[in-house]
Design a binder for this molecule. Sequence first.
Ligand SMILES: O=P(O)(O)OC[C@@H](O)[C@@H](O)c1c[nH]c2ccccc12
Length: 263
Amino acid sequence: MSDLLTRITTYKREEIAEAKRQRPLAALRERAANMAPPRGFLAAIEQRQRQGEYALIAEVKKKSPSKGLIRADFDPAELARAYEAGGATCVSVLTDGPSFDGSLVHLDVVRTTVGLPLLRKDFMLDPYQVVESRAWGADAILLMLSTVDDDTALAIEDAAREFGMDVLVEVHDGEELERAARLRSRLIGINNRDLKTMETSLATAENLAPQVPEGKVIVGESGLRTPEDLKRMAAAGITAFLVGESLARVPDVESATRALLAQ
Ligand SMILES: O=P(O)(O)OC[C@@H](O)[C@@H](O)c1c[nH]c2ccccc12
């Protein structure tokens, strides 16, 4: 694991232990059970694709370890509303505090603001976090295979299935892709960003896409800025995208979202 991921997973384990003390699983489960059922995340993506359109998961992102501050006047509700108005299919909400200035409260705020399905973007290490995600209104979770072993990945996936949530399984290389193929989730995210070097190359998704098994839905992640970038991904068979920085950075987010999606 890279230094950054080691640092993040270390504090994340402490956060999880503290959350379990403050809100035991039973209480969290009760809250999750009272939530409205999940909005179909994968279903929304596949519906767009069936219409011959790009599916965009637009990310509510204030800052990141690689880019620093992305949006100074950060307002998660306003950002999500602009994404929705601009034609996004789903919204990703970063909830990690220390590295991204995210919060579970953002998830709650975004859910009451837009009707789109929501991904909780965080570092999932424990099935407890899946219940937590549902209790705060997430419809899908991110599962990075670089941070969990196969048994943990399966346990997290099982928890998500129990709640009817979708799982975006994130990979960065061929080995992780092989591991992803053994999971049941159909959504595979290929992260163009190398978390060891922080370098982003669209060639990552281009090169891995042909190795993704039939029946999976590929999401191209990170470093996507222009309609040409999306076109390049589409040429490799990728028509669903996760985009944060390039949209969250600009003043007029709605127009930028629409412009990015113009085919
Ligand atoms: O801001 P970008 O380059 O458009 O990237 C968005 C998203 O792919 C990125 O935030 C991301 C992908 N996988 C992650 C895992 C953890 C934190 C963040 C990420």
